[in-house]
Design a protein around this ligand. Structure first.
Ligand SMILES: C[S@@+](CC[C@H](N)C(=O)[O-])C[C@H]1O[C@@H](n2cnc3c(N)ncnc32)[C@H](O)[C@@H]1O
Ligand code: SF4
Length: 382
């Protein structure tokens, strides 16, 4: 693996104050507290494991995700950043992001995170009114979130925030007003997610029982198209299905995933892709935080699976990820990865249907194509 390609380190903090009823991320509530010092030594051990497997790389991006990594003390974040710098070279302009929940308690730590070396904050605002926040099971009010956003803009060079749309009872006009307000507050990046009903969550149970009514597919598509138009007009075009940025402020970390580069992933339930002796490997750690910690302490890593990907898997993963991007994928790279040429008559047909566009060797989903992305990917992968 060339050492000058982007390389990321993902750090998963698997704890939250409360579990939001829509969320199926690997996040757990521990009312009795956790032994943060013990977890920190687990993170440092697992970092050493990855450093041995990905030597000589230059880290271009670090991402503390969760769960709620803003429950981690600035001291713990700093110790992890120091250990990353001790194991690899870190680029001078590395993007170092922390995901934060916008409660006032967590906002008190922003200055400490900045001193620790975090230079980008991604804030989970989710909605701009208290009624919606309550319905989403959030632990903060809209005023608290906006105050946290102000603090973040003062403390960090780069700030993003997340909103969820197509929520219970939300109409197109409601979303237009909310997004218009959000664009006034926006710094350089916004993540705008359509509410997904995830299996096994309280929202899924209510949805199945008919007591949670969310906008149907057509209404959600209208909201998506409105989102594209308003963000584009405000100078934050979509560079990925749900992500918008001022040109040059795209999240470098997420681009590592979507462009198919390597990354290490530490902490319970993290994923990694590491190329060893020419073979890309899909690596995942144990999801239970306590089981992960027990194994790290015994074996120096908390890996649950570590499998080679065959060329077809690598090509499909690249197709799946890169088609989410406005820049699309490089057909020549896709063909080199899969070892087979794309069927040009199929590409012509999809282009004729207005679902894809081509520019030299690049292939991208059009706006209509992005609305049916799963179908498009299946057709292209066939
Ligand atoms: C896993 S959270 C971590 C950040 C932080 N804990 C928070 O909640 O703000 C990352 C983002 O995923 C999004 N998300 C989680 N579950 C979702 C769902 N079911 N539908 C849409 N977006 C979701 C939320 O916008 C959230 O900000
Ligand atoms: S949305 Fe964020 S705060 Fe809520 S449970 Fe998921 S990770 Fe935790």
């Amino acid at each position: 693996m060339s050492s000058d390609e982007p390389f990321g380190v993902y750090v998963h903090w698997p704890f939250c104050k409360a579990k939001c009823p829509y969320c199926d991320f690997n996040s757990h509530v521990r009312h009795g507290g956790i032994d943060e010092a013990r977890f920190l030594s687990g993170y440092l051990s697992e970092l050493r494991h990855f450093a041995v497997r990905a030597p000589g790389r230059t880290v271009t991006s670090i991402f503390f995700g969760g769960g709620t990594p803003s429950l981690m003390s600035p001291h713990t974040a700093e110790a992890i950043l120091d250990a990353i710098a001790g194991n690899w070279a870190v680029a001078d302009d590395a993007e170092i992001t922390l995901e934060a929940n916008p409660t006032s308690v967590e906002a008190e730590n922003f200055a400490g995170y900045r001193v620790a070396g975090i230079n980008r904050l991604s804030l989970g605002v989710q909605a701009l009114d208290d009624q919606s926040l309550k319905a989403l099971g959030r632990q903060h009010t809209a005023d608290e979130a906006l105050a946290a956003l102000d603090l973040a803009k003062n403390a960090f060079e780069r700030v993003s925030f997340d909103l969820i749309y197509a929520r219970e009872g939300q109409l197109l006009d409601d979303w237009e007003q909310e997004l218009t307000r959000a664009l006034v507050y926006a710094a350089d990046h916004l993540s705008l997610y359509q509410l997904t009903i995830e299996e096994g969550t309280p929202f899924a149970a209510r949805h199945a029982a008919g007591s949670l009514r969310i906008p149907d597919g057509d209404a959600a598509s209208e909201m998506y198209l409105l989102t594209q138009a308003l963000c584009e007009k405000a100078g934050l075009p979509a560079y990925e299905v749900s992500n918008h940025a001022r040109p040059g402020s795209e999240s470098r970390h997420n681009l590592i995933y979507w462009r198919g580069h390597d990354y290490a992933g530490i902490g319970a339930g993290a994923h990694a892709r590491i190329t060893e002796t020419g073979t890309k490997r899909a690596i995942a750690t144990i999801k239970s935080p306590e089981d992960w910690l027990t194994q790290v302490e015994a074996q120096g890593h908390g890996l649950q699976s570590d499998d080679p990907l065959d060329p077809q898997d690598v090509a499909e993963e690249y197709l799946l990820m890169a088609l989410r991007l406005a820049e699309g994928l490089d057909l020549a790279r896709l063909e080199a990865l899969s070892g087979r040429a794309m069927d040009t008559s199929r590409l012509d047909a999809l282009e004729g249907d207005g679902l894809i566009a081509r520019n030299g060797t690049r292939l991208m989903a059009t706006q209509s194509g992005r609305l049916v992305l799963e179908r498009l990917i299946l057709e292209l992968a066939a």
